[in-house]
Design a binder for this molecule. Sequence first.
Ligand SMILES: Cc1cc2nc3c(=O)[nH]c(=O)nc-3n(C[C@H](O)[C@H](O)[C@H](O)COP(=O)(O)O)c2cc1C
Length: 155
Amino acid sequence: MKTLIVFSSKYGMVERCAKIIAEKLGGAVLENLRNNSDIKLSDYDTIIIGGSIYSGKIRDEVKEFCNKQFKELMKKRLGLFICNMGNGDKELLESYPAKLLEHAIVKLPFGGELNFEKLNAVDKNIIKLQMNIDKTVVKILNENIRRFYEAIKIV
Ligand SMILES: Cc1cc2nc3c(=O)[nH]c(=O)nc-3n(C[C@H](O)[C@H](O)[C@H](O)COP(=O)(O)O)c2cc1C
């Protein structure tokens, strides 16, 4: 029973969460969609997908992956997560196709991080204007991360 965690992360929060889940599950394979969009799913029984929200939308690579692999994903044990700063429950439901959400064993938001030392100038401006935030904010939902791996682990 092998597990694959597929993710897309701009500043590293989703990647950190993906690594925590991989460690807790004891040896999942990690694939960053920014480096590889052509991923073979046949070797895996469990697929976890994670992406972050920018201007109300999940990152394009995640959307494209879900559309392209939809049929295969419907045959797998599936877990879905997002990282964001706003209303995670609402954004999660808008981020993945309804049928994948229905099929998933677990789907949860993990919170988010805005690190002003990492953000590029354009993103800093967007955050200041749209969210009225001008310093680093960290909101990690550790309890949701724990619930997620407890739900998806194979016992
Ligand atoms: C330019 C910008 C736009 C964002 N837009 C949203 C948004 O519309 N809704 C939201 O909930 N979070 C938004 N966020 C917060 C990110 O989703 C959050 O920082 C997340 O942790 C990023 O994860 P990543 O570093 O893995 O990409 C935005 C962040 C940036 C920098």
